[in-house]
Ligand binder design. Structure first.
Ligand code: PPS
Length: 326
């Protein structure tokens, strides 16, 4: 072959004194390194783009109302519980939702993943309840109310670890996760920074700080504080039913209304319980138009007609096949 033989674009010459297999190893680790660098770069770019969009809609376009309630937490600190508590108090016990995020949307998610348009967010009736994991720095500021729920950080780490395994495909063990958690290399960053960032504003009368542990020990007392802070109108007759609906047992029984997996189904507009549809013969008659029928028949004739199959796919027995014993 000449010098200009069919070298591929990715061909490289083995340097003198280096065996082919070690050259391949070097090339492989070089490519791996490049891939890692690119992956990091793409990650940073994606995050930057998302962040810019979030900043635009969240901080510049979004107009908070005085009666908006932002429920803010570091993940796994009792967010969903507080979504339920707030919605139950605001709606006086309504359970008519597929997922709690429909009635108490996750602010940064609905805007940055385009789940809800600005108009749809505007159309939500007051008081709007938004869940958020944003740091104090990035939460939209206004005359609205903020409820920040804190939970013991070590319990948060354990709960987050299980969530990473069950929902995010994490394969490591707890000590691997714990290292990530401590370094703030988990979703929503450092627990320490999140909590301390909000605590710096604990004297702000528009922010109510609650503890997950306190909700467990004295749910009724916490509900009363929330009612007072938000100005909800809940009668004493409605109170026991709301307490019951905010219990762990009740929420566990209706878990799909709270699981992130159902939220994704709702966000994407997928339909549940549509997998086993009808189990009947002939539904296609009401679906295919004349042109589609014709197209189908032509293709059928070409591929299946030679076997003598008719429309309902009755295939005549093959005269050459012998009946075999099972
Ligand atoms: S997430 O993924 O950030 O939305 O998670 P989050 O909702 O903040 O926290 C999940 C943990 O809250 C517990 N939880 C409750 N505890 C007591 N009572 C009620 N009603 C309740 N609802 C949710 C939930 O079990 C998670 O904690 P762990 O420790 O994992 O059980």
């Amino acid at each position: 072959m000449t010098e200009n033989h069919s070298k591929s674009k990715f061909h490289f010459d083995t340097p003198e004194g280096v065996s082919k297999s070690s050259a391949e190893k070097i090339a492989s680790s070089l490519l791996k390194g490049c891939a890692e660098i690119l992956k990091g770069g793409i990650g940073i770019l994606t995050e930057t783009v998302q962040f810019m969009e979030l900043f635009r809609v969240g901080r510049l376009d979004f107009v908070p109302r005085a009666d908006d309630i932002f429920l803010v937490t570091y993940p796994r600190s009792g967010t969903t519980w507080m979504q339920m508590i707030l919605y139950q108090l605001a709606s006086r016990g309504n359970m008519d939702f597929t997922h709690i995020c429909q009635v108490a949307p996750w602010f940064e998610r609905v805007i940055s993943f385009n789940v809800m348009s600005a108009e749809a967010i505007e159309a939500i009736l007051s008081p709007r309840i938004f869940k958020s994991h944003l740091s104090y720095r990035w939460i939209p500021k206004g005359q609205c109310r903020y409820i920040y729920v804190m939970r013991n950080g070590k319990d948060v780490a354990v709960s987050f670890f299980h969530f990473y395994k069950s929902h995010l495909g994490f394969k490591g063990d707890f000590s691997e996760f714990f290292d990530l958690f401590m370094a703030g290399k988990v979703q929503f960053g450092s627990w320490f920074k999140h909590v301390s960032g909000w605590l710096e504003h604990r004297d702000n009368p528009n922010i109510l700080f609650l503890e997950y542990e306190n909700l467990i020990q004295d749910l009724e007392g916490c509900l009363r504080r929330i009612i007072q802070f938000c100005g909800f109108d809940v009668s004493s007759e409605q109170f026991p039913e709301i307490m019951e609906k905010c219990s762990f047992a009740f929420m566990k029984k209706h878990e799909s209304k709270f699981d992130h997996i159902t939220a994704t189904i709702w966000e994407k507009g997928y339909k549940q319980n549509a997998f086993l549809r009808k189990g009947e013969i002939g539904s296609a008659k009401t679906y295919l138009n004349e042109g589609q029928e014709k197209l189908f028949e032509q293709k059928s004739e070409k591929y299946i007609g030679k076997f003598g199959a008719n429309d309902d796919l009755h295939i005549p027995a093959n005269p050459h096949s012998s009946t075999r014993n099972p």
